[in-house]
Design a protein around this ligand. Structure first.
Ligand SMILES: *[C@@H]1O[C@H](CO)[C@@H](O)[C@H](O)[C@H]1NC(C)=O
Ligand SMILES: *[C@@H]1O[C@H](CO)[C@@H](O)[C@H](O)[C@H]1NC(C)=O
Length: 413
């Protein structure tokens, strides 16, 4: 559809929606769940009007879903409100398509139930098939992960229970997520899959350094994703950018504790889509195991990761500040077939707690090309008193250098 047609269609839906909304207002006058009817976009569906109780015990899943369905079908832009208080709920699906764009305003704390057998699909909140979503309100999604992290044993146990991500966005286009806290997710905090034009900012993502698989945000098969002004401390990657991610910008993110900001892991599965156009800028990593990293599995099927830049990054006591690792996650010696090209590391400063501050381990089969190191200034913070000097290590990488190089760059020519 042309933009103008789309615009007209939208107006038609809004008008129709307002008419429907007025009708349903009359029908529902005794329940008083509609507030602030001050024009399109202010149709408010408060979960407490659908039976939700902030008593810290009741499972509110039915009330949340009823309120969602009413809001989604209401005809125009609509708001689902989760007011102040502590609301317990098991797995919730907020699915579209809806008749208008949706706002979910979380003012209170939502607490996940702990019985993992309830989570038949591996997410707690699933936002699906939506066009136009605003998630805001200053509230908290508390995944109550501490009770179940011990079940994160799929590496050893083939009958393991897959733990749910706290919030999954699946085919959610034109979305903004802001001012939300995600606390102690059971697995990933947030998972962005098949989304276009997705903006997340001013989030606070928190889990302990030793909580397993609690990636702050995993982005895959999505484009035009931006994440900014966000604080992430977890037990795994702060942000991981997986297959099929294109045009992703990460800026002003503070990460730590955690495993750093990663592209990958790539190449674990067949038919993965390429990754390109990734910008990570103005970020700070503090006491993380890795800083900025690209990781691919060995023996992987072929794919590409290209046009990736890490710029203006501060490393504060980071174990491995700059990493390309194409032998990630497995002991097979077959080389990776993920081709990495055009990667820029620029203005990266601070401290490394291991002597090898720059480690570029590329594939022998498809060496990295177009790797640029510009203005790298990392000091070795010798916390173990080993007295080693800082260095770089490179394998199968074509590197060009500019500006300051501390550690000295590998001579790959
Ligand atoms: C992206 O989504 C936002 C809503 O979050 C919307 O205002 C904006 O117009 C969208 N941009 C494009 C190019 O569609
Ligand atoms: C960076 O993000 C923090 C929140 O994490 C915010 O307080 C600060 O204003 C942001 N800085 C800029 C320059 O936007």
């Amino acid at each position: 559809m042309a933009i103008a047609e789309r615009f007209e269609a939208k107006i038609a839906i809004v008008v129709l929606g307002t008419a429907l909304a007025l009708l349903s207002c009359v029908a529902a006058e005794s329940t008083d769940h509609r507030r602030g009817l001050s024009g399109a976009g202010s149709n408010v569906f408060d979960v407490t009007s659908y039976g939700a109780k902030a008593d810290g015990h009741k499972d509110n899943v039915q009330a949340f879903m009823k309120a969602w369905v009413a809001a989604c079908k209401s005809g125009g832009p609509a708001k689902l409100l989760i007011p102040k208080g502590t609301f317990v709920t098991g797995p919730v699906v907020f699915a579209g398509p809806c008749k208008g764009s949706m706002t979910v305003e979380v003012q209170g704390t939502i607490q996940a139930t702990s019985d993992v057998s309830e989570y038949s699909s591996p997410e707690w909140f699933s936002f699906e098939n939506l066009n136009g979503l605003l998630l805001n309100g200053g509230g908290t999604f508390d995944g109550q992960g501490a009770t179940v992290w011990k079940y994160n044993d799929c590496k050893q146990n083939s009958n393991c229970q897959i733990l749910p991500a706290s919030i999954k966005f699946y085919i959610v286009n034109n979305a903004e997520i802001r001012g939300i806290t995600s606390l102690n997710s059971k697995a990933f905090h947030t998972h962005v899959v098949n989304c276009q034009n997705f903006t997340a900012h001013d989030l606070n993502i928190i889990a302990p350094f030793n909580s397993p698989n609690t990636d702050g945000m995993h982005i895959s098969r999505s484009s035009l994703v931006t994440v900014s002004n966000t604080k992430i401390g977890t037990g795994d990657d702060c942000i991981s950018i997986g297959q099929g991610a294109t045009h992703v910008t990460i800026s002003n993110v503070t990460c730590g504790p955690g495993h750093g900001i990663s592209v990958g892991s790539l190449g674990k599965y067949n038919n993965e889509k390429d990754v390109s156009g990734i910008r990570v800028t103005h970020c700070t990593l503090k006491s993380t195991t890795n800083g900025v990293r690209i990781k691919t599995w060995p023996g992987s099927p072929p794919s590409q990761a290209s046009d990736i830049s890490f710029e203006d990054i501060t490393m504060d006591s980071v174990k491995n500040p700059i990493v390309i690792d194409q032998k990630y996650g497995s002991h097979t010696s077959a080389p990776s077939k993920v081709k990495i090209s055009n990667v820029r590391f620029k203005n990266i400063r601070g401290t490394s707690t291991s002597p090898v501050a720059v480690s570029l381990g590329c594939s022998s089969l498809v060496p990295c090309t177009g790797v640029q190191l510009t203005d790298i200034d990392l000091q070795y913070k010798d916390i173990d008193g080993k007295g080693k000097s800082i260095s770089s290590s490179c394998l199968n990488a074509k590197i060009t250098c500019g500006g300051k190089q501390n550690p000295a760059a590998c001579d790959t020519n």
